[in-house]
Design a protein around this ligand. Structure first.
Ligand code: PFF
Length: 468
């Protein structure tokens, strides 16, 4: 096995360096989850209270699970299925990787629909049609008629998948790394510019107070569980994306250090998104309770009241598109790595076939907001719980499947591969300058606390039906 593993390592393409690796992994983590989902989860979870609990989970659960995935990938130099095969004996474990491959493909199918809406809104801000969204009502009408169209949402998700395919076909260094090296700094610059603009708005300070002052009277199990789910989804954990990206990391990297940077970048961007959205909301005197429509319904009305609003609308939807693209690339790469490593397919063939399959799966999600009433939720829905097709998939794959994946990854790493091997592999790199405070604490978190907490979330989701 050692020889096979060594060959895999020699043949395998790698990131060209640490910056490329960190940017690509941070690009996977930073996505619609940070800029679209985090702000509305904050507003549903009582502002600062949610933020504090979320930060606690990122540190206590997100970071340890991230380190577990990265070390599984780097040690094995394999896709999620191959990683389990190589490191943990037993027929069961490759299925955990297989679930990850399946989950990534299914998440990509609905994620690309929302990413397509983002491109649509970018088009609207460029063409000036977003100017029709002058207040909550007109903006809601623009949004509903856009998502109910039978053609555009389908077309746009197809376009988004095609761009994702182009990047992934380019391979690890020439495709993914080159794209993220350009896209991530662009995203950061745009976000900082928007945050400065938002912070100077009259009344903006109330938004900051809302974001950072916990209202303990809002504390509930719902808020706690929502924050834990957000920490997992946002860091791209539970489906092997970080196993796959870790597998392209060289033995030189100090994973402890890289993992910490990735978690800081992901959390920092989510907070930065909060610093844009909440001051802007309070400036407009709107209530922070707009739900999933927050970005698409509330922000356009605010952009239309702001000086240079159309410029900022274009900037905002561009950065949301960029953030979504670096995440869809990682979602596609998980399945591509599987078919290339395990089935011997060429990268081109794997990427084209999987993205084509995802497009077919994306169509019903894209039609689930009015175009096909049977798929659109409510009374006419033919789907379980009267949900729309996209929300149903979001719940199954984004909640259930990621939670199951995270539990098994922790158990596999800590109980079967072993905590000593896991910790040693984290520090394998040549660069040992980074202090590893409390390495035993990380072992304990991965072995006991993380699987237990995620199990509680999972049970909680099933028992209460408390989706996102
Ligand atoms: N972390 C991404 C986001 O916050 O938008 C979503 C995601 C990407 C989840 C890749 C899971 C994954 F494997």
């Amino acid at each position: 096995m050692a020889a096979t593993q060594q060959n895999a390592s020699i043949d395998r393409e790698h990131w060209t360096g640490r910056i490329g690796f960190i940017l690509a992994a941070a690009g996977s983590a930073i996505g619609l989850g940070n800029i679209w989902r985090f702000p509305y989860s904050v507003s549903e979870g009582g502002g600062g209270l949610f933020v504090i609990i979320y930060l606690f989970f990122v540190l206590g659960i997100g970071l340890p699970v991230l380190l577990a995935e990265l070390s599984l990938g780097r040690q094995s130099q394999r896709n999620p299925v191959g990683a389990f095969k190589a490191l943990i004996p037993g027929k069961f474990w490759p299925y955990v990787g297989g679930l990850g491959v399946l989950t990534g493909t299914a998440i990509l199918a609905f994620y690309s629909v929302i990413a397509g809406w983002t491109v649509g809104y970018l088009g609207k801000s460029l063409s000036g049609t977003l100017a029709e969204a002058t207040d909550g009502e007109s903006s809601g009408a623009v949004f509903s008629s856009f998502v109910a169209d039978p053609l555009w949402p389908v077309l746009l998700s197809g376009i988004f998948l095609a761009i994702t395919l182009l990047v992934v076909r380019g391979g690890v260094a020439k495709g993914i790394e080159r794209a993220t090296k350009f896209l991530m700094p662009a995203l950061l610059i745009l976000l900082i510019a928007l945050a400065i603009q938002a912070l100077t708005l009259p009344g903006g300070i109330d938004g900051i107070i809302y974001l950072f002052t916990p209202d303990w009277s809002k504390l509930s199990l719902n808020v706690v569980m929502g924050a834990l789910g957000q920490a997992l989804f946002s860091l791209s954990l539970g489906m092997g994306a970080m196993i796959t990206y870790g597998s392209y990391a060289s033995k030189r990297e100090n994973l402890w250090k890289s993992g910490t940077y990735i978690a800081i970048a992901d959390t920092g961007i989510a907070l930065l998104a909060g610093l844009i959205i909440f001051p802007t909301l309070f400036f407009a005197g709107a209530e922070p309770n707009a739900g999933p429509g927050l970005v698409f319904v509330v922000l356009p009305t605010i952009f239309n009241q702001m000086p240079f609003g159309s410029f900022f609308a274009i900037a905002f939807f561009s950065l949301l598109t960029i953030a979504a693209l670096t995440s869809t690339v990682s979602l596609l790469e998980v399945a591509v790595a599987y078919f290339v490593d395990e089935k011997g397919w060429r990268r081109n063939k794997a990427a084209t076939a999987i993205s084509g399959f995802c497009f077919a799966l994306a169509v019903p999600s894209a039609l689930a907001f009015g175009a096909v009433p049977q798929l659109s939720g409510g009374e006419q829905s033919i789907l379980p719980f009267n949900l729309d097709f996209l929300t149903l998939n979001n719940n199954i794959w984004g909640n259930y499947s990621l939670s199951i994946g995270a539990i098994f990854i922790c158990i596999g790493v800590a109980w079967f591969w072993g905590v000593p091997k896991f910790l040693a592999s984290l520090e394998d790199g040549e660069d040992r300058t980074f202090p590893m405070p409390g390495r035993e604490v990380v072992g304990f978190l991965v072995k006991i606390i993380c699987p237990l907490c995620v199990l509680i979330v999972f049970i909680f989701i099933i028992v209460t039906g408390n989706y996102f």
